[in-house]
Design a binder for this molecule. Sequence first.
Ligand SMILES: Cc1cc2nc3c(=O)[nH]c(=O)nc-3n(C[C@H](O)[C@H](O)[C@H](O)COP(=O)(O)O)c2cc1C
Length: 364
Amino acid sequence: MDKRANPAPLEDSPQRAAERKQNHIDICKRENVESRSRSHASYFLAPDSLPDFSPEALETSRSFLGESFAWPYLITGMTGGVEEGQRMNESLAQLAERWRIPMGLGSQKLMLKDPSYKRLFDVRRVAPKAFLIGNIGAVSFNYGVSVADVCRMVDDLKLNACAVHLNALQEQIQPEGERNFARVGRALEELVKVSSVPVIVKEVGSGMTAETCRRLFECGISAVDVGGNGGTSWSVIEGKRGDPLTQRLGELFRNWGLSTLESTVECAPVCKAFGGVLARGLVATGGVRDGQQAAVLLAAGAQMCGIGLPFFRAVMQPPVGLSADESLEQEMQFFARSLEIAMYCSGARRIDDLAARLRKRSEL
Ligand SMILES: Cc1cc2nc3c(=O)[nH]c(=O)nc-3n(C[C@H](O)[C@H](O)[C@H](O)COP(=O)(O)O)c2cc1C
């Protein structure tokens, strides 16, 4: 009998990895995969009943990683490596180009293990001008992926930035998880030194403390995505793929970690402290479901808000009578319009004006 409670994970292979991607898509389509966070209710924007400007004067543009975007939204990295994921990524890339917002790809580990999967990630063909962000798991550096591989993957697909995800919880629950994160910080430092594009490090649901954020900026990365709880839970998703023990563990950790808002409040001062010439970015992803929530996160110091599951479901399960692209367009309009309303009704003409409107509920 294995002395550790943590048994050796199942062997992984490109085929198993592709099956896993398909499992993730199927589970995210139909099951309750979200964690719960009530922290968004602890802050709100003070209303302004006399906004002294015309709604046409609202400015929603935002600069991030030295680029200017029309909205403070980012399509967060989701999937790839399967036909269904490719169709989704193509629609998302076209949305990103139309609305002038950045878009992340899902983990590209598959195409590094087997180059025949590359075409399933190549969305540049359909969105030549979109700002595209690559994706790889930090733990992969301990399991055969090299810094040079990641640089090649970015160049091959003409990507504009590279996101490295931190997903310790997901890997512990995942039946074939890569569980050892020791020394990945060193690989990050190395990547930053040689990468031709900015490096973003993203959590995927556990949130981020100020300490972690500081450590990451000390590695030289350009932006963090705090990836807090309150949205898609990878603990739950991996749990649903496993045996009864794995399912129980996945549910146990559904609400693990800091919420997206708590993480943003913790990490924003760190970002400012590391500002200067090389301004560091802060993305708030995890449970962003409308422009009102996004406005609060922006007021709390986020530069951009990442959106995952709402876009995933809009494109994968469009309402009856709408095509996937129409459904996606409608979802984006909802996010855009609800942000404009939150800004106008709190008297914030520009996104930077939102900070002065932030109130903590306990202060009432
Ligand atoms: C179907 C799906 C696949 C995802 N795949 C990846 C991935 O490969 N790499 C990654 O960094 N994050 C991945 N994510 C996580 C998202 O980037 C994001 O952190 C998470 O979904 C939280 O945002 P949400 O609550 O708006 O969904 C995925 C999310 C979804 C829904």
